[in-house]
Write a protein that binds this ligand. Structure first.
Ligand code: HEM
Length: 156
């Protein structure tokens, strides 16, 4: 399976906020009650913060020298209204992805000549951008996982 070589923007803007008092930012005056729409795409592709911001490079967040702390950079909103579900969201995403990778090899489908069918990814726009449905093969990494998964389903 190939991963996208470029970053895909999943949300271009975020939830609008309204200021409670007048303020000046970079010489611009904003009266109280101004609506601010966060430019998520701009913030996440800021060349002064990220090296090669348009290159798909999840490793940029892994090391201690990470470009930027992904937790504080705004994917979960800003300021006092920051998403209160972010800890649940990150933990449950980590659990779901790590459990799937532990038991399945995830492979591309094959064409009639047995060659991997790797189609360019397509996306559906909306409040957040979703990948369009695509075919993929989930192969159990070992037979013993079959029982384990069935047992797990019984516990749901
Ligand atoms: C990956 C998953 C998630 C993402 C990316 C996400 C993102 C966001 C964002 C961007 C906001 C707007 C923050 C702002 O106004 O600046 C928000 C608000 C909120 N989120 Fe999440 N969220 C996620 C999961 C969750 C979960 C799992 C819960 C609950 C268990 C949750 C509950 C809320 C609530 C209640 C608000 C409104 C907070 C307020 O307006 O004071 N979110 N979220």
């Amino acid at each position: 399976m190939t991963l996208p070589s470029k970053v895909i923007t999943y949300a271009y803007i975020a939830v609008a906020h309204q200021s409670q008092e007048a303020d000046v930012y970079k010489g611009y005056y904003f009266p109280s009650g101004t609506t601010f729409v966060p430019n998520v795409h701009g913030a996440f592709h800021d060349e002064s913060k990220f090296s090669e911001p348009f290159r798909f490079n999840p490793e940029r967040f892994l090391s201690e020298n990470a470009d930027f702390d992904p937790f504080s950079m705004g994917g979960f909103g800003y300021g006092r209204r920051t998403c209160p579900g972010r800890y649940v969201a990150l933990s449950s995403s980590w659990l779901a992805i790590s459990r799937m990778l532990a038991v399945f090899n995830i492979l591309p489908t094959q064409d009639e000549n047995g060659k991997a069918k790797v189609t360019p990814p397509e996306f559906i726009s909306g409040l957040v951008v979703h990948p369009a449905p695509f075919e993929v093969i989930f192969n159990l990494r070992s037979e013993k996982f079959f029982e384990m998964i069935q047992e797990d389903n019984g516990n749901l």
